[in-house]
Design a protein around this ligand. Structure first.
Ligand SMILES: NC(=O)c1ccc[n+]([C@@H]2O[C@H](COP(=O)([O-])OP(=O)(O)OC[C@H]3O[C@@H](n4cnc5c(N)ncnc54)[C@H](O)[C@@H]3O)[C@@H](O)[C@H]2O)c1
Length: 426
């Protein structure tokens, strides 16, 4: 017998919520989308994706999503899914106010028996310590009046292989019935495996562990890059060598900084929550410290490299390639380029910047204009267009120094063309 397809309301239509809304609609669900941003709502309702993402650009025009700023739609749905941001403040303290705001919208438009799923990245304890008490204060009892589940999102924007349709998921819930309801929902929409966790806290911990694992491993190779710069060893060669071992090694790569809404943010959610329980995550804190130091290190590298050819950083025109935090996307959240530009300004260098995905914030119109006007270039984002740069183009326009903040250019070819090349640990 065919399973009954409930109606869902996705709260927060960003990088996570919008693909989920589209995928749910493609699988035949009645989908409502709720967001605070009325411009975004207008765009979505006209079938245009507010995010440059192939899956959305192809599928959003094909489906019928009722997107709105009116939270009353929650009342019509069997399932509400929270996909709002979970940032940190200037002091790196987790800010759960968007999650609280979304939960309050659900409470104000309460529908008995509803399954509430949190997809936003949260530390262990948020469902039981923050979400449940909000419902309880309004007189609603978990597992009686509503069911609560957590299914952390793993989407990787810009990834052509893994997307909302095929990534394995884990799900935890407040009781067995809620767990089955949530697992049924994800089994209906995702082709990947759905692992049922024994508790909601363990499901919450999964996502923080995944992203902290990346942060820690990146910090390790960033530290190696700094050490190997002193030892005269190419860290990229070493990592490639180590990666030939068929087990127990996973390659991570050093760079001018870690960005995005996840890796440089999520570890703080566990660090701060563990502190409340009397545990100090020393290792995770050191990893954050190392990764936060990389923009400074990159600018020191630029300064030392310029000094080798008797040029000061002060007054030199530096062309920065890229603004977004990772390749081939326009997402600027927590991008290390912001810090790099701040440091260039502090050192009185003249910074120009070009990003083909963020033209409105670029200070020149093309790569050739950037090369023409720059003494040194600093590659900060490994967009495909940048990886194709030919050393002779740089030479032709008079660029003297190349700082490869993503180690993605041909070191030997650039050196052969007579330019000074420096990568991160390379
Ligand atoms: N971006 C990623 O690659 C990624 C991957 C996995 C998990 N996550 C997690 O998913 C969550 C969402 O991230 P995102 O990248 O989609 O964020 P986003 O900023 O792209 O989208 C969030 C949306 O929520 C809306 N919003 C905020 N508060 C709201 C409220 N109270 N009611 C209605 N709408 C509200 C915003 O207007 C925005 O459109 C975060 O917890 C993040 O850590 C993100």
């Amino acid at each position: 017998m065919q399973k009954k397809k409930p109606s869902v309301c996705i709260i927060g239509l960003g990088y996570v919520g919008l693909p989920l809304a589209v995928q749910s609609a493609l699988k035949g669900y009645q989908v409502y989308g709720l967001d605070n941003d009325s411009e975004k709502i207008k765009k979505i309702n006209s079938g245009k994706s507010p995010i440059q993402e192939e899956f959305l650009e192809i599928n959003l025009p094909k489906v019928n999503i009722h997107a709105t700023t009116n939270a009353k739609v929650i009342r019509q749905c069997d399932v509400s899914i929270v996909c709002v941001p979970t940032p940190v403040d200037e002091k790196k303290i987790p800010d759960l106010s968007p999650v609280r705001g979304a939960v309050e919208s659900i409470i104000k438009n309460f529908r008995k028996g509803q399954l509430v799923i949190i997809e936003s990245t949260i530390n262990p304890g948020v469902c039981e310590e923050v979400v449940e008490p909000l419902f309880a204060a309004a007189g609603y009892k978990v597992n009686t009046d509503y069911y609560l589940a957590h299914c952390p999102e793993r989407i990787n924007p810009g990834d052509s292989k893994w997307n909302v349709t095929n990534i394995n998921r884990v799900v935890g819930a407040s009781d067995k019935k809620g767990l089955q309801m949530a697992a049924d929902f994800y089994e209906n929409i995702v082709d990947g495996q759905i692992m049922q966790m024994s508790s909601i806290r363990e499901a919450e911990a999964v996502k923080i562990v995944e992203n902290s694992f990346r942060d820690i491993n990146i910090a390790f190779v960033n530290e190696l890059a700094k050490s190997f710069d002193k030892l005269g060893i190419d860290v990229v060669e070493v990592i490639k060598g180590a990666a030939t071992k068929p087990f127990s090694f996973m390659a991570h790569w050093p760079s001018c900084g870690v960005g995005g809404h996840c890796i440089p943010v999520d570890p703080y959610y566990l660090i701060e929550r563990a502190k409340l329980s009397g545990f100090d995550h020393e290792f995770m804190k050191i990893a954050r410290k190392v990764n936060l130091s990389m923009p400074d290190y990159t600018i020191e590298l630029l300064q030392d490299t310029l000094n080798e050819i008797k040029m000061p950083l002060n007054g030199t025109t530096v062309g920065v390639l890229g603004l977004s935090y990772k390749a081939n996307v326009s997402d600027l959240r927590e991008s290390p380029v912001k810090e790099l530009l701040k440091l260039l300004k502090k050192n009185k260098a003249k910074a120009l910047v070009f990003d083909p995905f963020v033209l409105e914030k670029s200070t020149v119109k093309s790569l050739s204009e950037l090369f023409k006007k720059s003494d040194a270039i600093l590659l900060a984002t490994d967009h495909n267009e940048f990886k194709k740069i030919k050393p002779n183009d740089l030479k032709k326009y008079g660029v003297k120094v190349v700082i490869d903040g993503k180690n993605c250019l041909d070191k030997a070819a650039i050196k052969k063309a007579g330019l000074v090349y420096k990568g991160i640990g390379r």
